[in-house]
Design a protein around this ligand. Structure first.
Ligand SMILES: Nc1ncnc2c1ncn2[C@@H]1O[C@H](COP(=O)(O)OP(=O)(O)OP(=O)(O)O)[C@@H](O)[C@H]1O
Length: 551
């Protein structure tokens, strides 16, 4: 096990992304006052250790420290809580609540698309999370199914939680050492981000539009062979409505995917619109609900004051458009050499300055590797603009390190260092769930806990079918009450009903036998047909006689 700060021990890798590696970790001791959640010794948490390239970047470090309070303050039932930010030596790490469930990308791949109602309800919760963060001035900027973790609610329902908040913001350093055009994932990138234009919270709404489309159809609307092709489609192609998408849901998707960010709804209005759609397109919708869903466009009012992405406008910070040289033609700032585009690849940093195929550019020496982390420029030996004086980040970094001065430094045997060997699973002691869930939401199906998924993946061959998680323990049923109406016949399947029916049949047969001339006919040896015909004639004669009497 490897210590992070003095408070946490890394135990097992949960996954790797473009910005870092996420570990299952254990709290060694209660964190200090800087942490939003002090935690208890023995508690399990998730820790994202940022990549070395990021941790070495002075601008990222400075941002990390500056935005500490913003990230720690961001709490919402649909946001994975950041508990602590750790700076230790060259290591930057975010301590989060551990979510025991798959991410939405994996869930979608294994279970196929959601129903329109399920899609609307799930995304309404994501829109709630965005509304809270936008209100706090925080724009996510990397919305995609892989960044939504699926916890299980108290009734076993799916509870989506948005993660990686602020990571795009941290990674998109304005420093002179890095000239990223944008940080994001091509399939989910808003046109203004792709073009390097000023960005606002409307980029997250565009991401919601892509996710809505993907959840209900199983694939994002814009695909292509290369990242460049996909980005071009975001800029120029209008998505078509698939026949499986109901009209009201399409209205919402279409508004979110407007090329003009000023025409996209605010997150609050998006959440409201999606709930109206969910209520109006389901099988149990009342005419009024269906009517309201058809008029959902009226609810999708844009945000009059969207939260701005700091420095994305080409002004302050000198990055984004400014670094790219103004409103550059997108073909100039995107990696034309990008090949074999994977729409579900991890977050990419697309370079502004790197010439595709050239040094520092995609595919060139010093350029992006095979993974999605592209165009990480070499780190200069000293801080930018340091000169003789000290750059502010150095002062802040030292202060942060001083806070961790009691950190236990251990030189581990390479065999024992989880960073150098394949992680071994260690049994986790029972603990309280990290997340106290909100009231249950209807639909969609349950997610599978992460532990089950990981265990399943290790077995050969992997099972093909989705297995639901163990059902939550139910309260024992109260003893069955006897019916207050013993004569009620609930159906022929019921023994009581059968006996009662037989009794009625026996009585009816006896009455027919006694009150009709059936006995005499049988005695005369008539056939059943003859007896029926005679009976019919007798009734007809009786009626004719009756008629004549009244004439
Ligand atoms: N708080 C958490 N609790 C449990 N698992 C987590 C948590 N945060 C992330 N993970 C898991 O860790 C893995 C890696 O996450 P990470 O955010 O680094 O990657 P990503 O989002 O897929 O890629 P990128 O960061 O490049 O977009 C994912 O499988 C994710 O499900």
């Amino acid at each position: 096990m490897r210590p992070v700060g003095s408070k946490y021990l890394l135990e097992e890798v949960l996954g790797r992304g473009a910005t870092g590696t996420v570990w299952r970790a254990r709290q060694r001791e209660t964190a200090g006052a800087e942490a939003a959640v002090p935690g208890q010794p023995g508690e399990t948490v998730a820790i994202k250790v940022l990549k070395e390239e990021l941790a070495h970047d002075p601008d990222v470090v400075m941002r990390f420290l500056r935005e500490r309070s913003v990230l720690l303050r961001l709490t919402h039932p649909n946001i994975v809580r950041t508990r602590d930010l750790v700076v230790e030596g060259d290591l930057l790490a975010l301590v989060m609540d551990l979510i025991d469930g798959p991410d939405l990308h994996r869930y979608l791949r294994e279970n196929g698309p959601f129903s329109p109602v399920g899609t609307a309800l799930l995304m309404a919760q994501i829109a709630d999370a965005l509304a809270a963060s936008h209100h706090d001035g925080v724009v996510h900027r990397d919305l995609k199914p892989a960044n939504v973790l699926l916890a299980t609610g108290p009734g076993g329902e799916m509870h989506p939680m948005l993660t990686d908040f602020g990571i795009a913001r941290l990674a998109d350093s304005p420093g002179q050492t890095r000239t990223h055009e944008f940080v994001g994932t091509p399939a989910y990138v808003a046109p203004e981000s792709a073009e390097g234009r000023p960005q606002t919270s409307a980029v997250d709404i565009y991401g919601c539009g892509i996710m809505l489309y993907e959840l209900v159809t199983g694939r994002p609307p814009f695909a292509g062979e290369t990242a460049l092709e996909v980005l071009h489609k975001h800029l120029s192609e209008e998505p078509r409505r698939p026949t499986t998408v109901p009209e009201p849901l399409w209205t919402v998707i279409e508004h979110c995917l407007r090329k003009n960010p000023d025409q996209r709804p605010s997150a609050v209005n998006l959440a409201h619109g999606l709930r109206t759609v969910a209520a109006g397109v389901g099988v149990h919708a009342s005419p009024a609900q269906a009517e309201a869903a058809l008029g959902v466009a009226a609810l999708l009012i844009p945000d009059p004051a969207p939260a701005a992405v700091p420095g994305s406008g080409g002004g302050g910070g000198g990055h984004g458009v400014g670094a790219a040289g103004g409103d550059a033609d997108p073909t100039q700032v995107l990696p034309t050499g990008a090949s074999a585009y994977d729409p579900n690849a991890a977050t990419a940093f697309l370079p502004a300055g790197g010439v595709p195929g050239g040094p520092g550019g995609p595919g060139g020496p010093g350029g992006p590797g095979e993974d999605a982390t592209r165009a990480m420029p070499p780190v200069p030996p000293g801080p930018p603009g340091a000169g003789d004086g000290e750059h502010p980040w150095q002062t802040q970094l030292r202060a942060a390190r001083d806070r961790n001065e009691h950190t236990q430094v251990q030189y581990l045997d390479p065999e024992d260092d989880p960073l150098r060997r394949r992680p071994q699973r260690r049994p986790a002691p029972p603990q309280e769930p990290a997340y106290a869930p909100p009231p249950p939401q209807p639909e969609p199906p349950r997610p599978q806990p992460r532990r089950q998924q990981q265990q399943r993946r290790r077995q050969e061959p992997p099972p093909q079918r989705y297995e639901p998680p163990p059902t939550p323990r139910r309260e024992p049923r109260p003893p069955r009450q006897r019916s207050a109406n013993p004569m009620r016949i609930p159906g022929l399947g019921c023994l009581k009903g059968c006996l009662f029916s037989i009794l009625i049949l026996v009585v009816a047969a006896w009455l027919i036998w006694e009150l009709t001339p059936l006995q005499s006919w049988v005695a005369e040896g008539k056939s059943l047909w003859q007896a029926t015909v005679d009976g019919f004639n007798q009734v007809t004669d009786w009626f004719s006689e009756l008629g004549r009497t009244f004439e």
